[in-house]
Design a binder for this molecule. Structure first.
Ligand SMILES: CC(=O)/C=C/C=C(C)/C=C/C1=C(C)CCCC1(C)C
Ligand SMILES: CC(/C=C/C=O)=C\C=C\C=O
Ligand SMILES: [Fe+2]
Length: 553
């Protein structure tokens, strides 16, 4: 641990008390029926193999892949360096932080129960907190001592004889319900509501950004249904006069009719409105739509050759790629849908690609101001092996081994002149960022517009996981990296300085699981990419996925 704990947990939850993870012996989880991957990884330390919230991880190992042990913690953070006084608001980050309960360990990074982490910045000081998100899946596992919902890589037996008989009588597949473990992102809708998100339509959970408490399930008031949707809905300033209230856009894949609904939801509403429909052009299933980009006038619908396996989702029958099938022979496409009319204005074939995250997209215009193409940037992985590299046994045991598959900034150019194909090439030499590229953010004021800077996780090899924070200059095709030996960074998030006019005038915040079991929020200068401050948690932080910034109003 880099520094001794200096603050006591303000609300400690001793074992056996409400608000605590478990009573000793109460978390023996039942065996899992089908494993989509190799054998379960046994917890490494302690009964839960976890980080002890409110105390240092004692064994000096990186905390990134260890479960957070205590359900919640809150307290002041020890500061090193000087925080800018203009940094006034709350940084929230979500991610799977609890992979071990009782005697059972999840196998894959994406399986873990959601842990929300918060760092509140005010007057040059920082306060931290974490709390488990109270999804039905998490509550059920806690109450029953077994995994009851199917997660990304695990398919538990349906619980109990009565439930099994009832399901058989109802003619349902003998599988547990789909999980509502909202462990992927956290999103401020801009109307006061803050949501934890994941892939299942029924998984969104409203949280209180101050207490991190679970407010309740978010349920749509419409009749659109859908089973899965993008884990990364996009909130943009509204286009509708007279209001420019922020609105949410997302994609709802239709697994039966093989297409996508492009939907919009207004601020304050819980009803999605269908703006456009796209039919899949490729063969086999619907392309996985974990995220998607928007430009000023268009929504881009990617049809990736990594396709949802309807069998795996409806009948809980695993594929070698968890919930997906790799079908490059079925074609790969990019569709462009007009945000105003819902019409598909371009649909082009592109080379096969694998991506979780789109960085940004913008419209390219000719000298007369006519839009000629849409440019889309993404974190592109060389193949689907990245999914297996995110297995916990690989993450835990292969640190320092150079097994991370290559990744690059993939740049698509989608012509709007009716051409049948689009291009895909690297936006810069991938060696610039150690051939790793994911967990990206940009200055949000440049979303959908021409832009220059990307903040992401890159690599200093050898490594089994991205281990640098990297600023990419897409114009100069150069990078600047921030790195400490042994660190596991999470998504860097850019926060603009109020009144800034330059794109990189602001700071970049990332929660880091450091060497020696430490956990801290590092704050980097957005321009120089030098550290300006770090706010240290008194315990190690598990790795997390995506975050958001909520300015103090
Ligand atoms: C975190 C990340 O990148 C991806 C996570 C994907 C998840 C959690 C997917 C989950 C599921 C499906 C793809 C199909 C239906 C079941 C469910 C577990 C929600
Ligand atoms: C953490 C990750 C990829 C890392 C490899 O470079 C992907 C996360 C995807 C889900 O949000
Ligand atoms: Fe994601």
């Amino acid at each position: 641990m880099a520094s001794p704990p200096t603050v006591a947990a303000s609300r400690p939850s001793p074992a056996g008390q409400p608000g605590c993870l478990a009573r000793p012996g109460s978390f023996m989880l039942a065996p899992v029926r089908k494993s989509l991957t190799a054998r379960a990884t046994a917890p490494k330390t302690g009964r839960f193999g976890g980080n002890v919230g409110g105390a240092a991880a004692a064994d000096g190992e990186v905390s990134a892949w260890k479960s957070i042990r205590q359900e919640r913690w809150e307290g002041a953070l020890e500061l090193e360096g000087t925080l800018p006084h203009w940094l006034d608001g709350t940084y929230l980050r979500n991610g799977p932080g609890l992979w071990d309960l009782g005697g059972h360990g999840f196998r894959h990074l994406f399986d873990g129960y959601a842990t929300l982490v918060r760092v509140a910045f005010r007057d040059g000081r920082a306060a931290g907190a974490h709390r488990q998100v109270e999804s039905d899946a998490y509550r059920a596992a806690r109450a029953h001592g077994r995994v009851r919902h199917h997660e990304f890589s695990e398919v538990p037996e349906p619980g109990g004889l009565i439930s099994l008989l009832a399901r058989r009588l109802a003619g349902l597949a003998l599988c547990a319900p789909i999980s509502d473990n909202a462990n992927t992102g956290v999103l401020a809708l801009g109307d006061g509501r803050v949501l934890c998100t994941s892939e299942a339509v029924s998984s969104w959970i409203l949280v209180d950004p101050d207490t991190l408490g679970t407010v309740g399930k978010f349920r749509y008031g419409d009749r659109l249904g859908g089973l899965v949707h993008s884990a990364h809905p996009v909130v943009v300033p509204g286009s509708g006069a007279p209001s420019s209230e922020p609105e949410l856009w997302t994609l709802v894949p239709d697994l039966l009719r093989r297409g996508y609904l492009v939907v919009r939801m207004e601020a304050g509403s819980d009803e999605r409105v269908v703006v456009g429909r796209v039919r899949c052009r490729g063969r086999y299933g619907v392309g996985w739509a974990h995220s998607f980009p928007v430009t000023e006038h268009y929504v881009v619908v990617p049809e990736m050759p990594l396709r949802y396996s309807a069998r795996s989702i409806f009948r809980a029958e695993p594929t070698p790629l968890y919930r997906f099938d790799w079908r490059p022979e079925g074609g790969s496409y990019m569709h462009v849908v007009c945000r105003a009319s819902g019409n598909t204005v371009a649909s082009v074939e592109v080379p096969p690609f694998v991506t979780f995250h789109y960085i940004n997209a913008y419209e390219e215009r000719d000298a007369d101001g006519r839009t000629t193409a849409v440019v889309v940037d993404c974190c592109e992985h060389e193949d689907t092996s990245i999914l297996d590299r995110l297995r916990l046994d690989s993450l835990r045991s292969l640190a320092g081994h150079d097994v991370l598959p290559d990744a690059r900034v993939g740049r698509f150019r989608i012509p709007l002149d009716g051409s049948p194909t689009g291009e895909l090439e690297a936006a810069l030499d991938p060696e610039e960022h150690g051939r790793a590229m994911d967990m990206c953010s940009i200055n949000p004021a440049y979303r959908g517009k021409p832009y220059r800077y990307v903040y992401a996780c890159g690599a200093r090899r050898p490594c089994n996981f991205p281990n640098t924070l990297t600023k990419v200059d897409l114009v100069e095709r150069k990078t600047t990296a921030w790195h400490e030996e042994g660190m596991v960074p999470s998504e860097p998030l850019f926060v603009a300085r109020p009144g800034a006019t330059r794109e990189d005038d602001g700071v970049v915040i990332s929660l880091v699981s450091g060497k020696g079991g430490s956990g801290y929020a590092v704050v980097l200068d957005g321009t120089t990419f030098q550290e300006v401050a770090r706010a240290k948690f008194p315990y190690g932080l598990p790795f997390g996925l995506h975050g958001c910034w909520i300015p103090r109003t």
